[in-house]
Design a protein around this ligand. Structure first.
Ligand SMILES: NC(=O)c1ccc[n+]([C@@H]2O[C@H](COP(=O)([O-])OP(=O)(O)OC[C@H]3O[C@@H](n4cnc5c(N)ncnc54)[C@H](OP(=O)(O)O)[C@@H]3O)[C@@H](O)[C@H]2O)c1
Length: 331
């Protein structure tokens, strides 16, 4: 296996996946809707950035020619039901056909903790319901479809130098004197971006322990070692970033109705919303491992703890590590 196509390779997790694949000697192709979105990865050796409309099935099939495996990291966090369906369901459908047309058997698909391939409709939000339907494309293909060797990764919330999660909490508290917070008690099991990227690469380079080389489709939960409430994460972000001399701001847990109103107002604001009502719906179910499915340990990964990693980047606000940090180090 030599040539890997990484959809979503320009994103937060995708850039780390590309870096690791490059380090392992793979040739990596990254389709992107806009070349300028690929700034973080275009300097990586053996990465080819392809500007194309990934929703154009014919273009996607053409882009997949000559590849041995595909990684799909494309997703959106906000949108209409139709937009979620287009990105999380229709795109994987087209990708599965592109794989079949090109004889590509190995696929790693990144989903999300809380998605359910068996009963997608039971998930609490449109994001998670569409993620579940997207998983089902790979895990329950039509009998006539060619057999693919698929691994679905389901991460909890992912932290790392470029995350839009701890960084956002720290920035908001640097500006506002109090933090009004919806779903303050929702639980998460944050996982380090490097561990998720490692998992993707290990899924590609070797069969998952306990499965034969031509592994049956399987699901792996990608979670960190510790569980936090949202309120604890907000407080930790401020402390690690040194906001208000490390004391952070008072966190005001909002009752459900006020939280919904806040999210609705954020949806009305211009640009990408900080929070949507669908995000709140996702948090109705704790984002922690159910303990029934294999975790990162299956891949030989001992997930890193949040505090020491986050402390490194929350103070400086940027990553200077590895090949991806080259641009920052050069400044
Ligand atoms: N970050 C987290 O905390 C978290 C938690 C759980 C699961 N996940 C999952 O992990 C995967 C990677 O997440 P991430 O945080 O790295 O995402 P991200 O930074 O938002 O990147 C998403 C990628 O999707 C592409 N994309 C976005 N909107 C698109 C659209 N409408 N049509 C086509 N392509 C589009 C973008 O590519 P171009 O702009 O180059 O076209 C981008 O590279 C996703 O499947 C996500 O659901 C993430």
């Amino acid at each position: 296996m030599k040539n890997i196509m990484v959809l979503g390779g320009t994103g937060f997790v995708g850039a780390h996946v590309c870096e690791k694949l490059v380090r392992q000697g793979f040739n990596v192709t990254v389709p992107t809707r806009r070349r300028r979105n690929a700034q973080r990865i275009q300097h990586l050796p053996s990465v080819t950035v392809l500007e194309l409309d990934v929703h154009n099935a014919a273009a996607l099939t053409q882009a997949a020619v000559g590849h041995d495996a595909v990684v799909n990291l494309v997703a959106i966090l906000h949108g209409t039901p139709a937009a979620f369906d287009k990105v999380h369901v229709t795109l994987p459908q087209a990708l599965a056909r592109a794989c079949a047309a090109n004889g590509i058997e190995r696929v790693v698909h990144i989903s999300a903790l809380g998605a359910d391939d068996q009963r997608p409709g039971t998930a609490p939000s449109e994001y998670l319901r569409s993620k579940g339907r997207g998983e089902a494309i790979w895990l329950h293909p039509a009998q006539s479809a060619p057999a693919l060797d698929v691994t679905v990764l389901r991460p909890s919330v992912i932290f790392g130098a470029e995350d839009k999660f701890l960084n956002l909490f720290a920035k908001l508290q640097a500006v506002f004197p109090v933090m009004p917070l919806a779903c303050a008690g929702a639980k998460f099991q944050p996982v380090w971006v490097e561990d998720v990227a490692d998992a993707v690469v290990r899924c590609l380079v070797r069969p998952v322990a306990g499965h034969a080389a031509q592994a049956l489709p399987c699901i792996i939960e990608a979670c960190g070692p510790d569980v936090f409430t949202l309120k604890q994460l907000v407080q930790l972000a401020a402390r690690l970033a040194g906001v208000n001399e490390g004391r952070g701001r008072p966190v005001l847990a909002l009752p459900a109705a006020l939280g919904r109103l806040q999210a609705w107002m954020m949806e009305l604001a211009p640009g990408e919303p900080l929070m949507s009502r669908d995000n709140l719906d996702s948090m109705r179910v704790d984002n922690v491992s159910g303990g029934q499915l294999p975790g990162l340990g299956t891949l030989g990964i001992r997930p890193g703890a949040l505090e020491p990693m986050a402390a490194q980047y929350l103070r400086s606000g940027q990553s200077n590590q590895g090949l991806l940090g080259l641009r920052n180090r050069a400044r």
